[in-house]
Design a protein around this ligand. Structure first.
Ligand code: CMP
Length: 145
């Protein structure tokens, strides 16, 4: 059994839509445990650092503007195969392609082509998870169970 940690964000659109509780419930329903959480308003330079892997892509500026537009809920999730499990429950990056029953499929269908507003973010690999968790949290802020 591989117990992993992954970084999850309920993005500013989730806060705006008042659905962060529903997002957390979906995560818990698939067996993921929230072992750290905080609301954060990122500065522009912090957001550029967090999304540095996307620098130069056509959506980078829009993404940074959006992610700094309001507070987000950053969380560390822990559980068996947490990285993959979180990505499955989030659904496809493009909510138009996300299946019903996934978080993006159920909470981001209304965004059209504004793909940055896809409600949640989740780390895509173990190394990314480690870096993204370290971006938001110190080890003493994480409460493994
Ligand atoms: P996220 O999981 O936070 O990782 C990068 C984000 O960029 C992605 O979700 C989307 O919100 C946003 N984004 C906007 N346009 C695109 C695109 N064309 N391809 C991938 N991601 C995009």
């Amino acid at each position: 059994m591989v117990i992993e940690r992954t970084l999850s964000m309920a993005k500013p659109d989730a806060v705006e839509k008042n659905c962060i509780g529903a997002v957390v419930a979906r995560l818990e329903q698939v067996g993921l445990k929230v072992v750290a959480a905080k609301m954060v308003l990122l500065t522009r330079s912090e957001a550029e650092r967090f999304y540095a892997v996307h620098k130069g892509k056509h959506f980078f500026e829009t993404l940074v503007t959006f992610i700094t537009s309001g507070p987000l809920l950053a969380m560390v999730l822990e559980g068996e195969n947490a990285i993959l499990k979180n990505r499955e429950v989030m659904g496809a990056t493009d909510p138009r392609k996300a299946l019903p029953g996934t978080i993006r499929g159920d909470f981001a269908k209304d965004i059209g082509d504004r793909m940055e507003r896809n409600v949640v973010h989740g780390s895509d690999a173990p190394e990314t998870a480690k870096n993204e968790i370290g971006f938001f949290f110190g080890e003493m802020e994480i409460f493994s169970r």
